[in-house]
Write a protein that binds this ligand. Sequence first.
Ligand code: GDP
Length: 315
Amino acid sequence: MDKQKPILVAGHRGLAGGAIVRELAAAGYGRLLRPAREALDYRDREAVRRYFDVERPAAVVVAAAKVGGIRANNDFPVEFLLHNLQIQNNLIEAAADFGAEKLLFLGSSCIYPKHAEQPMREEALLGGPLEPTNEAYAVAKIAGIKLCQAYFRQYGRPFICAMPTNLYGPGDNFDLAGSHVLPALLRKVHEAKSAGARTVQVWGTGRPLREFLHVDDLASACRFLLENYCGMEIVNVGSGQEVSIRQLAELICEVVGFGGGLEFDSGAPDGTPRKLLDVSRLTGLGWHARIPLREGIAATYAWYRAAYDAGTARN
Ligand code: GDP
């Protein structure tokens, strides 16, 4: 990729998009396009086309999406399906029509069937029913993959797709109703410690297994793929390490310095029992995650405390 040509990072205010902007800027990409949300709504097809007509991005990163944790996904399927289809369709179509030389579409590990063989290989896609709690989001992301692959096959456009596992890191969403488990537990444990509470409530049984990837690792993988990969096959991006939700909660208690207990709310949904990506395609290409979970949680907690104290956290 040419470092002097314009690159659009759609979703630059989000967790993934923000990290990708930092990564590309640090690597010397000098023209990163970051339209303000108020100035350009990616759900508006005509507005997106006008923007592409003027700016002519040479590369596009589709990191803009409506995202959320298990409860938000379960409660708002219309928005997760409709808004994500609109955002990605408009960006992918405009990238093709206005001459982008490369596009990277970010999917998610929840595209794979609920009972996919673990660790999940890219070939598991569409091999069985999805996890119901995030089916709407997953269906939208699968449609995005298929659209990129269709442009690749039919028109020879190098539109590639990366499937990140559960992400966390600075800039995450700490709103308890909408967030994923890691920021939610960091906040709950921090608040329990501050309030001198004896316990912290954890949704579900604590038994589900999840893999976590620091968002700076994701951003590094995205740059690696933009610079080195040009294939139709989707590529998993993960750490290759998994922990149970109980282990995650215990680790967070250690990092925060909370000595109280955990209380499991088995009335809340567990979601899919296990979600671990097979990352051998990506490691075979030469990329590996490098931020250990404990270190990444400590850095995220430091960021949260600074943002929380300064009142700049998202919630
Ligand atoms: P998922 O990976 O799509 O299931 O999304 P989440 O990150 O929201 O949830 C992962 C697991 O953590 C699920 O089993 C949740 O029930 C569990 N969990 C435990 N406590 C919490 C919490 O406070 N917030 C969230 N979002 N999940 C929690």
